[in-house]
Design a protein around this ligand. Structure first.
Ligand code: MG
Length: 336
């Protein structure tokens, strides 16, 4: 099995700000595998709070992965275990896991969602409105019409004003994501307004390590469900979340790929947790594997590719606000 890793920079359509900062581009790692004349491709965005960069991801795929993948792309479980031996480089592993699933699907002439025994219809995706001024938020909300759900990034100075503006501009469900940017005091203060405005869920209000604040927030009623993103990466993190929140946000760039993501979802269900499937700012090549398992989620947040200036890969469909994998072999996306 030949591995061809690479990196790419993706330009965003416009400035994107969250509680931790602002950016206009996103670096991703990609890998092509070739075996018996069939090529599979995958991509993921390394996550800085995991200590990963495209440089470390590329080094892992160039220097370590080739000696661990063996020569049978169907051996997904064993390959995944070997690659995850030391738990590092989840994005690199996710890119490779995507390429392997793409290869298997293409080799068998079957979409990955079908190989996994799943449907292709997912819950509608949210479309993300980054942190901006009040006028900027109004403008972004107006331009987001047509999406079935909105996700407002919060954790800035004007959270409540911005939320009220979006509520006035759009009748669709609104989620908020603070990316660890709130304190228990700010959450307490905002909570009655969040309930009144019908906020569907609160994502990662507090720093991942501040479990006490999560527990205190969970005691308040009424309140929207609390979803853990930055605090839940892979299967090992899921059980703890049941002790302080209501749901997990599963992302392949954190889990290391489809197989671990599915294990996380089953564990979450056993623990009574809700499930969101999300992504990073990534191209369709990285969003496609998440779309393949989107039908397992309560909430879907697969808008990474919708935030880009250009589409280097194509094939995903947006149907009634749902990011839908095509009825095509493998991940169903091709270079544009
Ligand atoms: Mg999030």
């Amino acid at each position: 099995m030949e591995l061809r890793p690479s990196t790419a920079g993706l330009a965003l359509a416009e400035d994107f700000a969250i509680a931790r900062g602002s950016r206009t581009s996103q670096d991703v790692v990609r890998v092509e595998i070739e075996h018996e004349g069939v090529v599979g491709r995958g991509e993921a965005a390394p996550i800085y709070y995991r200590g990963e960069t495209v440089r470390t991801a590329l080094a892992f795929l160039s220097e370590e992965a080739p000696g661990r993948v063996g020569d049978d792309p169907f051996a997904l479980e064993e390959i995944g275990r070997e690659l995850a031996r030391d738990g590092r480089e989840a994005a690199a592993r996710a890119a490779l896991d995507g390429a392997l699933h793409d290869w298997v699907g293409r080799r068998l002439g079957m979409p990955v969602w079908r190989l996994l025994g799943l449907g292709r219809i997912t819950p509608p995706t949210s479309y993300t409105i980054g942190i901006d001024s009040l006028d900027g938020t109004r403008d972004r909300a107006r331009r987001s019409r047509g999406y079935a759900v909105l996700k407002l990034k919060v954790g800035g100075a004007d959270d409540l004003d911005r939320l009220e503006i979006v509520r006035r501009e759009s009748p669709v469900p609104i989620r908020v994501d603070a990316n660890e940017g709130w304190t228990l005091e700010s959450a307490r203060e905002l909570l009655p307004a969040l309930v009144e405005l019908g906020v569907e869920l609160i994502e990662q209000p507090f720093p991942a390590g501040d479990v006490d604040s999560f527990r205190a927030l969970r005691e308040l009623s009424p309140r929207p469900p609390i979803v853990v993103d930055e605090g839940c990466h892979d299967l090992r993190d899921v059980a703890a979340v049941a002790g302080y929140a209501d749901a997990i946000n599963v992302k392949l760039a954190k889990s290391g790929g489809i197989r671990e993501a599915v294990r996380m979802i089953h564990a979450a269900r056993a623990l009574g947790l809700g499930v969101m499937i999300g992504c990073m700012v990534e191209s369709q090549l990285a969003v496609a594997p998440a779309a393949q398992i989107g039908s397992l989620a309560d909430w879907v947040d697969l808008d990474g590719h919708l935030l880009l200036a250009e589409q280097p890969f194509e094939g995903l469909e947006l149907r009634d606000g749902r990011v839908t994998a095509p009825d095509a072999p493998g991940l169903g996306v091709e270079p544009a």
